[in-house]
Ligand binder design. Sequence first.
Ligand code: HEM
Length: 444
Amino acid sequence: MIVKSTASISDIDTRSVYVSSRSCDHYPGGLEAWGTDTGITFNRNIESWRFNRKYFDYAVTNPAYLYGTIERMQEYFKEMQGYWKELGSDCVLDLNAWIYHIASDIIFFNTTGRKFHFMAKYFNVLSTGKKIDIEDSHITEKIFKGFENAFKAIFFLITTHSLLRHTIYRKQNKEHLKAQDQLRRLLCELIQERRKEIENTPVDEPLKPDIMNLLITANTERDISHNTNDYLNRPLTDDAIQMSLFESIAASTSTSVAAFIFVVEYVGRHPEVEAKIRTEINSFFSDNPNRVVTYGNLNEFKYIEAVYYETTRINTAVPFMFRTNQREDVIAGYRWKPDTQFVVNYQAPHRNEKHFTDPEKFIPERFINDGSDEKGTFKKAFYPWGGGLHICPARNIGLAYVKMLLVLLYRNYEVKLVNADKPIQTYHDFITQCADTRAYLKPI
Ligand code: HEM
């Protein structure tokens, strides 16, 4: 059943009979390496989803984590600028690939507290001259490949009917299950290493606020945030931490990259919007060109935020999500038996003129003042982060990633897209992404 109306979307999103995954009838067993009652995104057990989700919310809204991320992004962007300079000013950059690598460096650091040097690894592939000496490069390779294979595996396991997986795709099925298992073991090693590090760290020495530390120490005597939330009433097991770490990387990398790249694609086709972005950036730095951007003052970039929301309205990075009902329910006036597969189409209301004036036009201004000029439907018909109980838990940091990268890119470069005169090329796996975002970047 495909759901498009805001009333039915809201019913499905807000009732706890729905889990956010595909029906067991057709896709049993595919995620068994992880377990279907661990983590968040594919968890079919509502009680355990609720428990894990609270921990995840707690980790990704921690202020030290949010502020630290924005500070680190500025440092990593400088590193990327160094690589671009080295490659030469006349070269066309594959912006999609570069942003994927910087985002991976940031997200893996945020999650595991370790830098894996993915940008440096990518630079080494492109550079015909200078090469960067990467410490522990075999670990970088192992982690990068491990995640790449596990992402492919999840897509295959979720989209391929069990009958096909056990017949004509038997060999691929086996390989994908193996890839998931390998990543699980890799994450397990990282967690165990970290537990030892924590044990060896003196009690009065503060621990870094990365997601792994926050989850390992939650509700223990080493709790980083000294949290007094009684809902976090027991420490997490390694299995639960493993899945949350995987999700914190899997759910954030491609979404953040796609969200950012779509903005660059739209801005590249709308010079009047680019000019307003530059005005906003210049005004922020007018008193002090060296002003450091913090998580808190990202709020001042209201126009950039509006450009992001307008882009994502037209090209929603996650245009639909799956839901399955665990009990019988009534939706759109019909009664549905348990384990019915619903596809919630978040993109449909975004392009419906009932909710947005001239929906096909790119008008960032409609999102200034919280979209109050926009038929009053901003909150009811707009789903950049999905909706209801499963709404993206990390929307604060997701928005901050996109805004910070936009500020850094347009503050430092004139951006000329190679394909600005052609329609945007996209493809879709779970997420809609741009297929080709090559650009000339001219330093300002
Ligand atoms: C611009 C970046 C991002 C976008 C556009 C985005 C979008 C979304 C959307 C549309 C959903 C589905 C909600 C639903 O089912 O209705 C979602 C869920 C989720 N996101 Fe994000 N996200 C972003 C960044 C992140 C980041 C940075 C993280 C982790 C640090 C993250 C973690 C998750 C998780 C764990 C879920 C599953 C929630 C659940 O099922 O309860 N996302 N996100």
